[in-house]
Design a protein around this ligand. Structure first.
Ligand SMILES: C[S@@+](CC[C@H](N)C(=O)[O-])C[C@H]1O[C@@H](n2cnc3c(N)ncnc32)[C@H](O)[C@@H]1O
Length: 294
């Protein structure tokens, strides 16, 4: 496991690092070689684990096409994880330069170790990112769930989503595309179990993270971006969670030896919550393709 300085930074950054700096070896065991931490595009009848990496690359290829980014000069991935999108864009789709932003220092170490000189990773928050030349396209794949604090009053939450779209508007060329994969929530019947599970997600595992209603997102993007396509792909994420749970179950002893029983139990619990809430249609996972207005 990589050892990093654990001095507190600020509560929002600490909350992200609590989850994303568990260690790259642990994430490799959990996520497998593709190192994608989001949904995948499985074909009908494919085995969840055997086809996991292929499903992830299929999704990335689709997103890069959706973003009109094949052969692009410069793209941005906001919340870039272990850099798989950036690597795929530059090695398979002829993108000349790919920039990623993440708050996780261990993720940057991982991406730097790939030795792909077309990739640049910045450890900074989405709102602090600046560029001289606007990007041809941008992606934000299951990261926007982290960008708005649940503790904000409802009106301010939409304001924060709007700040995100304004930031993207300032970073992308006119008519450039933004491709989001993003969870939203329906109006669930609140059972005791669901309340406890949602509290666990928001208070313990992903402190402060807010999953919006779909209309809050749409409202926040209004006039800044035109929505080209919006599609609920909740099964892409529930299947990925099931595949990762199976990876963890198979190699549980190794995972416990790496990170301890408490961390493994946390991951088992939160992955199961995401899987069942997506399967039960409590959470959605939308692909939203947007085009930047003038
Ligand atoms: C669920 S992971 C998704 C990673 C990647 N997009 C993928 O699909 O594998 C969420 C990512 O968002 C990043 N993140 C969370 N809060 C952030 C912030 N305020 N600014 C930039 N990145 C952030 C995390 O560091 C992590 O890389």
């Amino acid at each position: 496991m990589t050892t990093l300085d654990h001095k507190p930074v600020n509560p929002e950054v600490d909350a992200i690092r609590h989850h994303y700096e568990v260690g790259n070896d642990f994430y490799r065991l959990l996520l497998g070689p593709a190192m994608m931490y989001s949904g995948g595009y499985w074909n009908e009848g494919e085995d969840l684990r055997a086809a996991h990496d292929e499903a992830q690359y299929r999704k990335l290829d689709a997103f890069i096409t959706n973003a009109n980014a094949v052969g692009a000069d410069k793209v941005l991935d906001i919340g870039s994880g272990w850099g798989t999108m950036l690597d795929r864009a530059t090695t398979t789709h002829g993108v000349k330069k790919a920039v990623g932003v993440t708050l996780s220092r261990t993720q940057k170490e991982f991406v730097d170790s790939l030795g792909n000189d077309k990739i640049e990773i910045k450890v900074e928050s989405w709102e602090d990112h600046r560029t001289d030349e606007p990007y041809d396209a941008a992606f934000c794949v299951n990261a926007l769930e982290h960008f708005v604090l649940a503790s904000l009053p409802p009106k301010e939450r939409v304001g924060r989503f709007r700040a995100f779209f304004k930031q993207c508007h300032s970073l992308i060329k006119v008519d450039g595309r933004l491709v989001l994969h993003m969870m939203t929530i329906e109006q669930p019947k609140l059972s005791r179990r669901l309340i406890d599970d949602l509290k666990f997600l928001q208070r313990e595992e992903f402190q402060g993270c807010y999953i919006p209603h779909t209309n809050e997102l749409v409202q926040a993007a209004e006039s800044l971006f035109e929505i080209i396509e919006i599609r609920n792909e909740r099964e892409t994420f529930s299947r990925a969670c099931r595949a990762w749970l199976a990876n963890l179950a198979d190699r549980r002893d190794e995972a416990v030896a790496m990170q301890g029983e408490e961390v493994v139990q946390r991951f088992e619990r939160y992955l199961d919550i995401f899987a069942y809430t997506l399967e039960d249609k409590i959470f959605n996972n939308f692909r939203i393709v947007l085009s930047r207005n003038a």
